[in-house]
Write a protein that binds this ligand. Structure first.
Ligand code: AFP
Length: 338
């Protein structure tokens, strides 16, 4: 029988591998898991409590998307769990235009937290898996002072931790602090995340491609050629799977292998194109997980983790997945294949 390991114990044991660690990051992640449990409970009850629905929209978020009540609930829950612990100097959320300060009355810590409180929420009315994505950076501004944008605007390579929680048929937390990727399943009866997927490695190659093909007329030619290739007899037997909830599509890619693509589209701006996914809240944390699991995450031109965000809501192209599949995509993208 395998051992029962809670996420708390896993965090403490991982911290012991760093003799210089103060326990701050461990405590911060611990606080976050409480927020995730509260959100998981609300997501489970969502249909019952009638807290959802497009027509129940209350607001528009910083990126202009409809914000539903459950997004706001997830946002508030994370804020209320994290504002007073003394570990953070600021927060940034996909739902807020500006940086979220730590209230004056609480101490300012050495980390900054960025999060997408409820990714995929436009699908929630049809019971599709949604999730929370998060990342943590070490502050660059002076200790003890309020955090500033620069604390968050750091390359994905600088993340000290990244992860996501998927509220699906079960609730699962997947995180990395740079020592592999580990998955925990919430045992709702016990109220604990228990280690269920230690040291996740993405398969070297997969047979699933995942992309919104409704956009294909607006993709660059190389991406169109690649997707034509995966559908052709010469590629072998690829399957198409696209949920439209990045967290669910990337989680599947992580476990089964294959490729997830959200390339630039040239619809509104035929010259420069436009991107959908947010670098800080979606692309970088998921790229950190995929790379830690042995995969590749790229814009096509460069590794996603090498992008330095210049604003809180910057967007970028996203291609990530199994190394063999992404390398094949890059051969098309670089014009080495057609
Ligand atoms: P929502 O949180 O507004 O549902 O957006 C989800 C998302 O940012 C990401 O999770 C999906 O991969 C992507 O949008 C889906 O976009 P399309 O609907 O354009 O395929």
């Amino acid at each position: 029988m395998s051992k029962i390991i809670t996420v708390q114990r896993h965090l403490v044991e991982s911290q012991a591998l760093h003799p210089s660690a103060t326990g701050d990051l461990t405590a911060l992640l611990w606080d976050l898991t409480l927020a995730f449990k509260v959100i998981a409970r609300a997501v489970r009850k969502a249909g019952l409590l009638d807290v959802l629905g497009q027509d129940e929209a209350v607001d528009s978020n910083a990126s202009g998307d409809t914000v539903m009540k459950l997004d706001r609930y997830a946002q508030d829950t994370i804020y209320r769990a994290m504002d007073h612990g003394g570990h953070l100097c600021c927060m940034a959320s996909e739902e807020e235009q500006e940086l979220i300060p730590i209230p004056d009355k609480y101490p300012k810590g050495k980390y900054a937290l960025s999060f997408d409180p409820l990714d995929g929420s436009s699908n929630i009315d049809v019971n599709v898996s949604v999730g929370t994505i998060f990342s943590i950076t070490q502050r660059v501004s002076p200790e003890g002072t309020p955090g500033v944008d620069a604390d968050v605007l750091q390359k994905g390579r600088e993340l000290v931790a990244a992860g996501y929680v998927i509220y699906g048929s079960s609730t699962m937390l997947v995180y990395s602090t740079g020592q592999g990727v580990h998955g925990f399943t919430l045992d709702a009866g016990v109220g604990e995340f228990l280690l269920s997927h230690p040291n996740i490695r993405i398969p070297e190659r997969g047979t699933i491609y995942s992309t919104n093909e409704g956009n294909s007329a607006y993709w660059d030619q190389a991406t169109r050629d690649y997707v034509d290739f995966v559908k052709s007899p010469e590629s072998g037997a690829y399957k198409s799977r696209y949920i439209g909830s990045m967290i669910a599509d990337v989680h599947r890619t992580l476990l089964y292998g294959g490729i997830f693509l959200y390339p630039k589209t040239y619809r509104k701006d035929p010259v420069n194109g436009e991107c959908k996914l947010r670098l800080i809240y979606e692309a970088a944390p998921m790229a950190a997980i995929v790379e830690q699991a042995g995969g590749i995450a790229t814009t096509g031109d460069e590794a996603l983790l090498d992008l330095t965000p210049t604003s809180l809501h910057e967007r970028c192209p996203v291609i990530m997945g199994s190394p063999a599949n992404v390398k094949e995509y890059l051969e098309f993208y670089r014009g080495e294949r057609r």
